[in-house]
Design a protein. Sequence first.
Length: 93
Amino acid sequence: MDILSTMEEVISLRKEKPKEGSYTSYLFNEGLDKILKKVGEESTEVIIASKNSDKNELISELADLCYHILVLMKEKEISLKEIEKELKIRLKK
């Protein structure tokens, strides 16, 4: 199993069975507005890190953005399989 699928499973578990002290559970508890705020913040941090020369910083920020996007996907009931299907369609164009 790849890491994104594993993360998707853990995120799903945190939504279905919140765990005290879990940041993921906190995001779901706060709701869509908080999740969107974090996606926006992380997107901005990716842009800023892209302008710098520190590759490790950019990798870290991209990982943060990926995580928050996966949380958003779960909140909106979108799976990685659905994204993969869409990308496969685009690949054929």
